[in-house]
Design a protein around this ligand. Structure first.
Ligand code: FES
Length: 161
């Protein structure tokens, strides 16, 4: 993975190299690359004067961060008890068929990553699917492809427009 050292340096400098800004800096890096490349963590550590182990500890602590390459679009399906009993599994199965990946995997073109979680804290809306941070409650396997297409089209139209 090629990282732009100048960009990382500028990002750290933007926050005045403040150690308390580490999480925000990592979030910005992840927003750009969809994960945290190890070269980027190394550079952040050097530029901020923080031990690399400390940077990794923060990167591993927050579930929102990924140390593995992820797709441009993150799809999360809740399989907590409430969502599970209301049909969470068929939603994951449908996504698996549509995208040809299993939970925890990323499509070969790096477009989609599929994840499952144990509760999103909105059980009354279950089953819940989240596409790039947008929550979709009362989901059904039969709606998966339509919702996915609409979300991706809307996001890509915004990005291009
Ligand atoms: S079990 Fe799915 S949101 Fe709580």
């Amino acid at each position: 993975m090629e990282i732009e050292v100048d960009k990382i340096d500028a990002l750290v400098d933007e926050y005045g190299g403040e150690h308390r800004a580490l999480t925000t800096i990592l979030q910005d890096i992840q927003d750009e690359h969809h994960y945290l490349p190890k070269e980027a963590l190394q550079r952040v550590s050097e530029r901020m004067g923080l031990p690399l182990i400390q940077v990794y500890q923060v990167a591993k602590f927050y579930k929102a961060f990924s140390l593995e390459p992820r797709g441009k679009h993150l799809i999360t399906v809740c399989l907590g008890t409430a969502c599970h009993v209301r049909g969470g599994v068929p939603i994951v199965e449908q996504l698996g068929r549509s995208l040809d990946i299993a939970p925890g995997e990323t499509t070969k073109d790096r477009r989609f990553t599929l994840e499952t979680v144990n509760c999103l804290g909105c059980c009354a809306l279950g089953p819940v699917m989240v596409v790039d941070g947008e929550y979709h409650g009362k989901m059904a396997a039969s709606r998966v492809d339509r919702v996915l297409k609409r979300c991706i089209e809307a996001k890509e139209a915004t990005a291009n427009g």
